[in-house]
Design a protein around this ligand. Structure first.
Ligand code: ASP
Ligand code: MG
Length: 457
């Protein structure tokens, strides 16, 4: 068994869905389970509908909804589906009727709750998978539309619900196994789930990768294939460094580090259920299905290069807290971190000296509340427009001299913070955002002058 997950761009229109059918057709012997996202940008659009409605703009919301419906009908009809009043046609009609009712309710109430956001967002995946099921059927593959809400059981933390694995794993086995045994291809919604009370939830934006890993782990599949619109994981952002190479094999740990940096290929949490079961994950390009992509494994093979990839994140804010009271005192760091915890703001990079602590955050909505609190502890300075640059590689543990290479590459750039943990597989720098392109290019040149052909394309 394998799981094949298709992201928004890989199901965005009739053409993409046709490619999907070919990809699945070529893998039929492997007993694929299809996990799919909503078509293209549908999730964003549905959430916009909900927001527009709750602002009282009922007609605008209904108009937008009509456009989304038209797109789903049009792309289906290009595939010969929903032309007559078949079940997909009926499903599309019913779903949009339900959504129109929701919109009217929202417009009347003028309030949008996370619970309703999830209810509306869920239609994106429910629509795409209904269409896909029929696409597979029309291509001669017996397929079965599943309802992820009967399998992915979550808590009620709407829009970011946590998966309850002890209920989810058995539910997946119970619902999917008979379908696979019967020789059918299950088509499963990414991103959505339900509480024990059967109230629809979502597991966080971009969550379809996570669904793929959850399903793959529960079924203990041989491979999880994440079909996207890129060639795989690259040594760095090719828009910034055209010489960036595709990484053939990368470890789970390395990939998780990169995922945090918004290497948009993969949702960070995807990694977790697959790691637990040591299931390999392939990132593949649905536009070039014959390319090998990137394999993410529990343990990557040895590599001659000290660094596998260079990731970055911009729009970072640095918070410096200085206090002479910190000298020889304890409890200071705890107070600082408690403050961030209280406002539920994650801290990314930390570096400390005897009298100061610098931290980075990429979310500034609660920043001024945090600063007000921190001022009770010490002097606080906030600096925006920073970037984090991170060199990732399991080999950082083994190969000495990496900081030297990195510093040489960055010699003209002011480094604001550095962090490297004892067993860490990354070395991280915080610099001014405007110097970012230069820094990334410099580091890439330095670390990939030669590239191990077994590991890099
Ligand atoms: N459709 C959802 C989103 O746009 C989930 C996903 O694409 O992974 O966030
Ligand atoms: Mg995605």
């Amino acid at each position: 068994m394998i799981v094949c997950k298709f992201g928004g761009t890989s199901v965005q229109d009739a053409e993409a869905m046709t490619r999907l059918a070919q990809i699945i057709g070529a893998r039929r012997k492997l007993q694929p389970v299809v996990v799919a996202s909503a078509m293209g940008k549908t999730t964003n659009q549905l959430l916009e509908v909900a927001q527009t409605a709750s602002r009282g703009k009922r007609q605008d919301a209904l108009d937008l909804l009509a456009k989304i419906k038209e797109k789903h009908l049009r792309e289906s009809q290009k595939l010969g589906i929903a032309v007559t009043e078949d079940w997909v046609f009926e499903t599309i009609q019913t779903y949009f009727k339900e959504m129109r009712d929701l919109v009217k309710g929202l417009a009347a109430l003028g309030e949008l709750t996370p619970r309703i956001m999830d209810a509306i967002a869920s239609y994106g995946e429910r629509l795409s998978t209904a269409i896909l099921t029929q696409v597979l059927e029309n291509n001669g593959m017996p397929a079965q539309l599943m309802d992820a809400r009967q399998c992915v059981i979550t808590d009620d933390n709407f829009t970011r619900a946590a998966v309850l694995f002890d209920q989810t794993d058995p539910a997946i086995l119970e619902h999917l196994r008979p379908v696979i045994k019967a020789g059918r291809i299950p088509v499963f919604q990414g991103f959505i789930g339900a509480t024990r009370q059967a109230i629809t939830t979502t597991i966080g934006r971009g969550g379809s990768d996570y669904t793929a890993a959850i399903v793959g782990a529960a079924l203990d599949v041989e491979d999880i294939q994440i079909w996207t619109d890129v060639d795989g994981i690259m040594t760095t952002d090719p828009r910034m460094v055209p010489e960036a190479r595709r990484i053939r094999v990368i470890s789970f740990d390395e990939a998780s580090e990169l995922a945090y940096f918004g290497a948009k290929v993969l949702h960070p949490a995807t990694i977790v259920p697959a790691v637990r079961r040591k299931i390999p994950v392939h990132v593949l390009n649905s536009y070039k299905p014959d390319q090998e992509g990137t394999l993410i494994t529990d343990e990557a093979p040895p590599c001659d290069n000290p660094v596998k990839a260079i990731a970055y994140k911009s729009g970072i804010t640095v918070v410096n807290v200085t206090s002479t009271r910190m000298l020889m005192a304890y409890g200071f760091l705890k107070r600082i971190f408690d403050t961030f915890e209280h406002f539920k703001v994650p801290v990314d990079v930390v570096s400390t000296s005897e009298v100061s602590v610098s931290l980075t955050v990429d979310e500034t909505s609660a920043l001024w509340d945090i600063v007000t609190e921190l001022k009770k502890i010490g002097e606080v300075k906030v600096e925006g427009s920073k970037s984090i640059v991170c060199c990732v590689g399991d080999n950082l543990r083994n190969i000495p001299g990496v900081p030297y290479i990195a510093f040489s590459a960055l010699q003209d750039i002011k480094i604001q913070m550095i962090s490297q943990g004892a067993s860490a597989i990354n070395i991280t720098f915080v610099i001014d955002q405007e110097r970012l392109p230069e820094a990334v290019r410099g580091l890439h040149d330095a670390f990939f002058k030669t590239a191990d052909p077994l590991i890099f394309e």
